[in-house]
Design a protein around this ligand. Structure first.
Ligand code: 13P
Length: 368
């Protein structure tokens, strides 16, 4: 899964700020590896969808637990979906604190999001006092246990956002080692809570992100992306962060690609001993060997290479199509942007190898 850069406009934004959405969408277009989401006030959702022309995802900031009924002023997950949102924030600390939302209420909203087919970004994090007492891990664990439905099957785009309350809008952030430690802990809690499905959820960091501190945080392997408040209101700042994230996501993919290739070679060596299974496997193994040596280390790949590569090329095309790229964009990117292909390859390999395998590859990639 690529990195996600998510903006949260909170109670900010009028129609005349849709220009910023357009600018962010253009930046996302030019930086295709990273995923971009803008969570905006409900009044702007459908216009933001139009302004971004499908190039970024648009999300809501909150939803009611019920689908419809006598709840004056509330907006349901189904209504957000109808307006064009694909994701909704749940349990942002401002709602937990200012509107007294409990874990149980947040859990009901997450269930509502899933019912409507929206991804839910569930926010957790400790106060300044809890941080000072060394309680960050236990607070996050408790919030996850209380806010995540036990049998949750996360919709696409679902994530946990770790947002320490004392870091939001304060200009302060935890140390990098603290962020890494907390995110590892959250990953463990997720596994306990929803089992294998945990692999489908990113873990984001949020709180006083700026173009200056984004790189250090995004370089932590535990971080699956950022949830950004203030800086997301300034398209120039957000675009700078998107560019950094795209670069880092590309580097991660290249590492994954190399690790996947090692793995494929090893598997191929094992399986090619048996001729019956070897036939199916051989083209992928040969493609992977050839492709990496040509594109990552040596030079460009040629579409005229023997038909033995057709199956693997189809994998790339599928991965690219799923990521929203046309064949011509894919071909264009073969020469000048090998990182994109590395990304496609790692995504394709992930689907082909399965989640468990992917985790092993990630560990291997980190050690390369
Ligand atoms: P800031 O980036 O302004 O600190 O806000 C973080 C946040 O609350 C995002 O949801």
């Amino acid at each position: 899964m690529s990195l996600l850069i998510a903006g949260n406009w909170k109670m900010n934004g009028l129609g005349n700020q849709l220009e910023d959405i357009r600018a962010v969408a253009e930046c996302a277009d030019a930086n295709p590896i990273v995923d971009v989401l803008m969570c905006v006030p409900s009044t702007l959702i459908s216009r933001a969808v139009q302004s971004s022309a499908g190039r970024i995802a648009i999300g809501g900031e909150d939803c009611a637990p019920d689908a419809a009924g006598a709840f004056t002023g509330d907006i349901s997950a189904e209504m957000l979906k109808d307006a064009g949102a694909s994701v909704v924030l749940a349990g942002h600390s401002e709602r937990r604190r200012k509107y007294h939302e409990t874990d149980v209420m947040v859990g009901a909203k997450v269930t509502a999001a899933s019912r409507a087919g929206l991804g839910a970004i569930i926010c957790v994090g400790e106060t300044k006092d809890q941080h000072a007492r060394g309680d960050a891990l236990s607070v996050c664990a408790e919030q996850i246990a209380g806010s995540l439905p036990q049998n949750l099957e996360p919709c696409s785009g679902s994530a946990i956002a770790y947002e320490p309350l004392w870091a939001i809008g304060s200009g302060q952030t935890p140390r990098l080692d603290e962020i890494a430690k907390t995110l590892r802990h959250i990953r463990g809690c997720l596994r306990t809570q929803i089992g294998e499905q945990e692999g489908a959820m990113r873990i984001l960091y949020g709180g006083s992100i700026t173009p200056d501190n984004a790189r250090g945080i995004l370089e932590l392997p535990e971080v699956g992306g950022l949830l950004i408040g203030g800086a997301s209101l300034r398209s120039r700042d957000l675009s700078a962060i998107i560019r950094v994230a795209d670069e880092i996501a590309g580097q991660r993919s290249t590492g994954l690609c190399k690790a996947a290739t090692c793995e494929i070679e090893q598997l191929a060596a094992e399986r090619l001993v048996a001729p019956s299974s070897g036939l199916a496997f051989d083209p992928v193994a040969r493609f992977a060997n050839g492709w990496v040596s040509r594109n990552v280390e040596v030079g460009p790949f040629s579409w005229d290479d023997p038909p033995i590569y057709e199956g693997p090329i189809q994998l790339f095309r599928d991965a690219a199509a799923q990521a929203g790229f046309s064949d011509s964009e894919l071909e264009r990117s073969l020469g000048p942007v090998p990182q994109f292909i590395a990304h496609s390859f790692s995504e394709a390999a992930a689907r082909w190898l399965g989640a468990e395998h992917l985790r092993r590859l990630e560990a291997k990639a980190a050690s390369l």
